[in-house]
Design a protein around this ligand. Structure first.
Ligand code: SF4
Ligand code: SF4
Length: 399
């Protein structure tokens, strides 16, 4: 049986060492480093693969990266953000389906996502119906494990079921990769992910300033498809040192963005909001603060239970009821002094779309903030129309 546990421990130690490294004056800025995110991740994935570490593709923030890391494998996000792969996907999937699902499936068909092609395993989850059924097609030719996510957010039985699902997943990974996921390896992986979440939270908190030093679009780039990279941690620290005392000096409209994730390549609406004179001070979605707001309790007697609890709290619209999303929005609206809420919905994303009614009512009646719902897909054909609606919203706020 191969043991990857030493590697997980080494990773945590390396991260601490790398974080203390003094940056060279000639070195590209942290922003330039993250602009090369895909290339950086590819290099890392290839090096890991060459060293015999499995690559595991993930497609949702409910999938606990810590378990995969503790098995000595490398979790890589495979969510598609390109419009270019959608036509291929539509030969198999309904046109009226979420672009994120179609784009991901298009990459699968075309074989042009190098991370997917490298993957030894894909971990899917039972979240929305579109993804669930797409996974069945993908599993016809790719090794896949499906995590069953219970969806009654506040039901103790549902949490218990989720704990059992993670126990099963842990055993599966151990068998599949012929390793043992020790408690020590799991705690090390939790420590690494907690550290990453803390660094990203600190960077995001810069947007609480009156005149934040970054735009929301820039902040969106400060993350990688692979988590737990030591070099990323060092670059987060460099970015914090660079931006901590900077102020941009402006009067942009402060936007709290909620709704669907704006994955790599699908950042168009964030760009439109900021081109129109807004500033996305906080993104409540899965590419923003949602998955990084809560840490896993490192001192818990049972780390797997602690892991299950953290992930089960994720306020995604597939949960019922999803009251935590409202509580989280309330906190963010206050902390980031939002002037409006923009709810982004990918076309045919039923759970976020139906929930948008509640979000609108909550924004307008409870938070007293103007609300704008934007439903779109990955095609830029409606950009002008969206821009007009955003400008009208900002005009109202300025008045
Ligand atoms: S929005 Fe929900 S389904 Fe989508 S990645 Fe986030 S947690 Fe997963
Ligand atoms: S955006 Fe909505 S429809 Fe698309 S994958 Fe996420 S939950 Fe499913």
């Amino acid at each position: 049986m191969t043991s990857f546990t030493t590697r997980a421990t080494d990773d945590a130690a390396d991260c601490c060492a790398a974080a203390g490294k003094v940056p060279d004056d000639q070195e590209p800025t942290a922003q330039q480093y993250f602009a090369q995110m895909i290339q950086n991740c590819l290099q890392n994935a290839q090096a890991a693969k060459d060293a015999g570490r499995p690559i595991v593709g993930i497609l949702c923030e409910f999938t606990p990266r810590e378990l995969i890391m503790a098995a000595g494998a490398v979790p890589v996000c495979l969510c598609g953000g390109s419009a270019k792969t959608i036509a291929a996907a539509e030969q198999y999937l309904p046109a009226n389906l979420c672009p994120l699902i179609k784009s991901t499936f298009g990459y699968h068909l075309q074989g042009n996502n190098p991370f997917l092609e490298m993957a030894d395993l894909i971990v899917a989850e039972t979240t929305c119906d579109g993804k669930k059924k797409m996974y069945e097609l993908m599993a016809e030719s790719r090794p896949m494990y499906v995590l069953e996510l219970p969806q009654k957010a506040d039901d103790p039985d549902a949490l218990e079921h989720w704990v059992r699902e993670l126990q099963k997943f842990r055993s599966f990974l151990e068998q599949r990769f012929q390793t043992e996921i020790t408690q020590e390896a799991l705690r090390n992986a939790i420590a690494t992910m907690n550290r990453e979440r803390a660094l990203r939270r600190e960077l995001a908190a810069l947007m609480k300033a009156d005149s934040p030093p970054l735009t929301g679009r820039q902040l969106l780039d400060f993350k990688s498809s692979i988590s737990g990279l030591c070099e990323d941690f060092r670059q987060y620290q460099r970015a914090l040192a660079e931006y901590r005392d900077q102020q941009a000096g402006d009067s942009r409209v402060r936007v709290l963005l909620t709704g669907v994730p704006t994955v790599h390549g699908a950042e168009r609406v964030v760009q439109l909001l900021e081109d129109a004179g807004g500033l996305v001070v906080a993104a409540e979605n899965c590419t923003g603060l949602k998955p990084i707001m809560e840490d896993v309790d490192l001192n818990a007697a049972d780390p797997l239970q602690a892991l299950a609890e953290k992930y089960f709290h994720l306020p995604c619209s597939v949960m019922t009821r999803n009251d935590r999303r409202l509580e989280f929005l309330r906190e963010l609206a206050v902390q980031y002094r939002a002037q409006c809420i923009v709810d982004l919905i990918w076309q045919a994303c039923l759970t976020y779309d139906v929930e948008s009614h509640r979000i609108k009512r909550f924004a307008e009646q409870e938070l007293d903030l103007p609300y704008l719902r934007i439903e779109t897909d990955y095609s830029p054909s409606d950009s002008a129309r969206i821009m007009v609606r955003i400008e009208a919203l900002f005009e109202t706020i300025r008045r």
